[in-house]
Design a binder for this molecule. Structure first.
Ligand code: COA
Ligand code: ZN
Length: 301
């Protein structure tokens, strides 16, 4: 099994979408540049969603236009529907993330569509993206538990993943949107998925609501998952999923994986600078659990 793990920092999207303070596109670009400077090669930089629904994501085209050119990093934008896909494509996006759902109630709350309609939208986006040369990650939101409908049967994400890989998604991510999953559940689902599909097209996305984010990353990495979403400073949360708190912090995930001997290609010292910037810009980044330790050790070097 590979000792390399890819971290996709979703701070500039998942992290900022729920903030009281709305950052301008140029401030979001500064944060993305700080992440690039720390060695992050995969970053979710924004969302092409209704600015009425999520004001903090307005100006995603300006964010894309402000990114450094000639960088080989994978910059992804979230698209909730086909209109979002068209806007992203026209703004020059090369990688999009679509959203599938574990339950109808979450699909309704997030995009006012049924689960089936959201799946249809992703199928249409994949078909167009293949023509347009755009990479697609399909993310299954509330893959373990929904704030409205409760636990999700593990057969559901398994079936959805099979179908969307078959339809041509480049990658499928399993998201614990509200941070309700435990490591035992994560291990049993990811073991089945990795044995069925290998790890190359799978990713996991955990929130730290119940302090199990890092334990869930550990469970998934033990099953062979080698790509994780995380957010700088532990920012994050879905405005439409009651009780959702921050994503597992990039600092925590990188420190744990590096200490375990995995290679993330990320510099912890530079990551702490990006974390400080996230704090400065938002005023609310909790900083993850490792921050105090990292600040102490990095400053003594
Ligand atoms: N980007 C920007 N604007 C969009 C859009 C998109 N992807 N999709 C629709 N719109 C616009 C429409 O053009 C319309 O504009 P108008 O009022 O100027 O005519 C307006 O939004 C409403 O369109 P409608 O199709 O009726 O959508 P809706 O009001 O049912 O809202 C979504 C549906 C999907 C647009 C909205 O719920 C949304 O953006 N949700 C995203 C939620 C999110 O980001 N969650 C967190 C990440 S998972
Ligand atoms: Zn999330």
């Amino acid at each position: 099994m590979s000792q390399s793990v890819i971290i996709n920092d979703v701070g500039p999207r998942d992290g900022l979408q729920n903030q009281q303070k709305i950052l301008r596109p140029d401030q979001r670009v500064r944060l993305i540049e700080a992440l690039l400077g720390a060695g992050l090669g995969h970053i979710e930089v924004g969302a092409f969603v209704s600015p009425k629904a999520v004001p903090a994501m307005a100006g995603a085209a300006a964010v894309l236009a402000g990114l450094p050119t000639g960088d080989s990093s994978v910059f992804t934008v979230l698209v909730p529907n086909f209109k979002g896909y068209e806007l992203a494509r026209d703004a020059g996006a090369k990688s999009v993330s679509t959203v599938l759902y574990g339950t109808d109630a979450m699909a309704q709350a997030n995009v006012r569509m049924s689960r089936a309609a959201a799946e249809q939208a992703t199928a249409e986006i994949i078909a167009s993206a293949r023509q347009d040369g755009i990479r697609v990650t399909a993310t299954i939101a509330v893959a373990f538990e929904c704030p409205f409908d409760g636990p999700v049967d593990p057969s559901l994400p398994q079936e959805v993943i099979a179908r969307f890989l078959e339809l041509g998604a480049d990658e499928v991510a399993i998201a614990d949107t509200i941070g309700a999953a435990n490591p035992k559940q994560v291990r049993s689902l990811t073991e089945v998925l990795v044995s069925e599909y290998g790890s190359g097209q799978l990713a996991c996305h955990f929130h730290d609501t119940r302090a199990m984010g890092l334990a869930n990353v550990f469970a998934a990495v033990e099953s062979g998952i080698r790509k994780f979403d995380a957010a700088i400073g532990g920012l994050g949360g879905c405005p439409f999923a009651p009780g959702a708190s921050g994503n597992v912090a990039t600092e925590d995930v990188v420190m744990m994986l590096e200490q375990m001997g995995f290679d993330t290609g990320i510099s912890l010292a530079d990551l702490m600078q990006a974390s400080a910037l996230a704090q400065e810009l938002t005023g609310t980044a909790p900083g993850g659990r490792a921050a105090a330790w990292l600040e102490k050790t990095q400053s003594s070097k």
